[in-house]
Design a protein around this ligand. Structure first.
Ligand code: ME8
Length: 535
């Protein structure tokens, strides 16, 4: 039985530049899950935000002739605006420059310093400024020109030496390994093995967690020339937003309590921070660990390069929403690429996915079914009767089958399979129309009962399909329910168990749910949009 309280987070994206479809991808997945859990009656807290400190942001602000604070204020506004336009249903938006966050980070630092988990030492090693990451000698790659290269992003790193504070990671390794052992689903799909083999087995060093060579960060109270390393600062957002160590810890106790289901969604390039350092920090603080760190895959260009802010090859989601509608983009994101795996963002697949699933399957089923109700029953849905025909009986069974599968998939965060279940159910309706040929039944007065049953089960399929699709299609599902004039007591998830609720409802006005995309024209448009960005 799933837990009743659900806390889901996205990474907080760097406020160094504008958002692109890669960030939107993670938002849409997490938003769909948050919406699904709410549909199922869970108390949900869904968090996203902005990561606003660090050297890279200070540099970008300088280039824009702004103070870092002015710079991040501007960028954070665009984040909030974009998520508003994508109807992201986050409960809060945390900024690492928020007073509540700054205070929490300072308190955590003091607490860990006092208990001896943080100590003062000397840092010497490699630093990758674009990634804000430290690397040891054994981790950096030396290229053919003798340059030292960041093992994560492939850019050049530079040498740094300075006095710094360290987090005592070594001490927590046994506890961490024990935790991994006891919680095999902490990081689903075996994505922890690589972390253990690459970072823990060779011997995890203590982590350098303060910097003195720049000032755009959270200064520590005990020694203000040090600012907190941006990753430690950032990870703490997940608990600062809930009010941990503040005057009011109500949200924290509720959503970080043992009873709550806690899941962080992150892209695979930041797996390491969330599955090694974040657990260590939490252990040092004596707090529970998340139930899952779900590592989603990345959107790649057609040629397989990661879409990224620093490579400048990723389009904003806004022109896509403008042209295709929000739901088309959201649907494509959850459905086309299996969540958890990398996938190429390609114009052809984008256009086909929308035409096949949304136009041909969903839109058509709605349109054909309601047109027939208009034609054969003057717009009034027949009364529900227990079906006698095998085929209709089977259709009701399919509704339950797909709904159950959908729940299993969604409870396992598999939005791709969840969306597929919903569309498969819709296709049960399309197939039934072909098999039952209502136009033929309508010509035979002895088949009136069967015609009624056929129309009724089609309505039920659309109602179920729409409610299952609603976490993804945040506008169009309700639009479909409106076209059927679905009463309010038949619109929530629990109501799906009662098959009688649509009896005798007079349907509303029909309109096309999704316009068919002109394949050639849209492929050309998208190719230009994406390739224009590809280096
Ligand atoms: O790493 N495909 O921020 P960030 C899919 N501030 N998802 C993508 C993507 C792509 N091509 N590109 C980015 C940071 N993402 C830190 C996080 S959390 C405490 C701090 C998504 O702006 C994906 O979720 O680089 C990835 O992990 C995140 O954006 C990185 O965003």
């Amino acid at each position: 039985m799933a837990k009743k309280t659900f806390y889901i987070t996205t990474p907080i994206y760097y406020a160094s530049a504008h958002l692109h479809i890669g960030h939107s991808y993670c938002e849409v997945i997490t938003d769909s899950l948050a919406r699904y859990k709410r549909e199922r009656g869970c108390d949900v807290f869904f968090l996203t935000g902005a990561d606003e400190h660090g050297q890279k942001i200070a540099k970008n602000a300088e280039n824009a002739s702004m103070t870092p604070q002015e710079f991040v204020d501007d960028i954070a506004k665009t984040f909030i605006d974009t998520w508003g336009r994508m109807k992201i249903s986050n409960n809060d938006f945390i900024r690492t420059t928020d007073k509540r966050h700054v205070e929490l980070v300072q308190k955590v630092f003091s607490k860990l310093l006092e208990q001896g988990d943080i100590y003062l030492g000397k840092y010497e090693g490699w630093y990758c400024t674009p990634d804000e990451s430290f690397w040891t000698d054994s981790q950096v790659v030396v290229d053919e020109n003798g340059k030292h290269i960041c093992p994560e992003c492939g850019r050049e790193v530079h040498r740094e030496t300075e006095e710094a504070y360290f987090l005592n990671c070594k001490k927590y390794i046994p506890q961490l390994l024990k935790f991994y052992d006891e919680h095999p689903d902490f990081v689903p799909d075996g994505k922890l093995n690589e972390m253990i083999n690459t970072f823990i087995k060779p011997g995890l060093e203590d982590l350098c967690i303060t910097r003195t060579n720049f000032s755009w960060g959270i200064p520590i109270k005990e020694n203000p020339k040090h600012v907190v390393y941006v990753w430690i600062d950032a990870l703490l957002n997940y608990i600062s937003a809930l009010g941990y160590l503040s005057d009011d810890e109500t949200l924290f106790n509720k959503f970080w309590g043992e009873e709550s289901e806690v899941v962080h969604f992150v892209g695979r390039e930041i797996n390491r921070f969330h599955t090694i350092y974040w657990p260590i920090l939490l252990m040092a603080l004596g707090l529970r660990l998340p139930d899952h760190v779900y590592v989603h895959g990345l959107l790649l260009t057609r040629s397989g390069v990661k879409l990224s802010k620093s490579l400048g090859n990723a389009p904003s989601p806004l022109p896509l929403i403008e042209r295709y509608g929000l739901d088309a983009l959201r649907y494509y994101m959850v459905r086309e690429i299996q969540v958890g795996e990398d996938g190429n963002f390609t114009p052809k697949q984008f256009v086909e996915r929308i035409n096949v699933d949304l136009v041909n399957s969903y839109g058509n089923l709605l349109n054909r079914s309601l047109s027939m109700i208009n034609k054969y029953f003057q717009g009034k849905i027949p009364n529900y009767k227990k079906p006698t025909s095998e085929r209709i009986l089977k259709a009701y069974q399919d509704i339950e089958l797909y709904r159950n599968q959908y729940e299993t998939h969604m409870d396992n965060y598999d939005v791709t399979k969840g969306a597929e279940d919903a569309i498969n159910l819709i296709n049960v309706g399309n197939k039934l129309i072909e098999e039952q040929a209502p136009w033929a039944l309508a010509k035979d007065s002895t088949k009136l009962g069967e015609l009624e049953d056929t129309m009724y089960v089609l309505v039920e399929i659309i109602r179920n399909g729409s409610i299952l699709l609603r976490p993804f299609l945040v506008d169009k599902s309700d639009e479909a329910l409106n076209q059927m004039n679905t009463p309010s007591n038949a619109r929530n998830y629990d109501s799906l168990k009662d098959v009688t609720l649509m009896s005798n409802v007079t349907i509303g006005n029909l309109s096309q749910l999704f316009p068919r995309l002109d394949k050639e024209k849209e492929i050309a448009y998208l190719t230009e949009l994406i390739d224009g960005k590809e280096e």
